[in-house]
Design a protein around this ligand. Structure first.
Ligand SMILES: [Zn+2]
Length: 118
């Protein structure tokens, strides 16, 4: 009886333990991925700052010019949301498709007008 009780106890206890172990493993995996992403973002921020400071010093650009360019790029997808969302843009001249990440046609180099981008 004690032996069977022990088996049953172990049997009923092992299922939740397995689920719990899986959940912990998934959490650990997500935390690891988040740490990698945070490291990557931190590195990108650092390089972005270094690039901007070099440009500001050597090309004599201003913070205002940077902000204006960021706004222009932000608006290329038609939405001011603080980020880039690429969308297909048909060139009005050669009718081939470029990404809205670009301000010019990749094929014929024509500069896109704002309404075409939005
Ligand atoms: Zn074109």
């Amino acid at each position: 009886m004690l032996g069977m009780g022990g088996i049953w106890y172990a049997g009923s206890g092992s299922a939740p333990n397995t689920a719990d172990t899986q959940a912990r493993s998934q959490t650990a995996s997500l935390e690891q991925r988040m740490r990698v992403l945070e490291q990557t973002i931190g590195r990108l921020q650092l390089l972005n700052q270094a690039l901007w400071e070099l440009l500001r010093e050597r090309a004599k650009l201003t913070d205002r010019q940077l902000e204006e360019k960021a706004l222009e790029i932000d608006l290329r997808d038609g939405v001011q949301d603080g980020r880039m969302t690429a969308m297909a843009v048909e060139c009005p001249v050669c009718h081939r498709v470029s990404s809205s990440r670009h301000s010019r046609c990749l094929y014929c180099d024509v500069e896109f007008e704002k309404p075409i981008m939005g």
